[in-house]
Ligand binder design. Sequence first.
Ligand SMILES: [Cu+2]
Length: 106
Amino acid sequence: MNPGRLPSIALAVVLLSVVVPARAATIEITMENLVISPAEMSAKVGDTIEWINKDVFAHTATAKNGDFDVNLPPKKSATFVLKKPGMVDYYCRYHPNMKASLKVEP
Ligand SMILES: [Cu+2]
């Protein structure tokens, strides 16, 4: 092994350790014209989901498994921090045709 390469390898390790640690993200999901978009989204435990209601009527993001039940008044947004991994299907209580799913990774 060429000892001259060691410093650059060490530098790469340092840079990776700065870049790799998972940071909690905020994921925006829009509700507009009775459509949740994107309808399928992956996220990680610790991430924040922010639903943005662009409609002039209220929606909810209601998990079928009871994980969350978020109210979204007209033209408002609301957030929920994901706590458990798994597939979560959710819908709007007022408009049951509005459906979407979240894939929450550990
Ligand atoms: Cu709705």
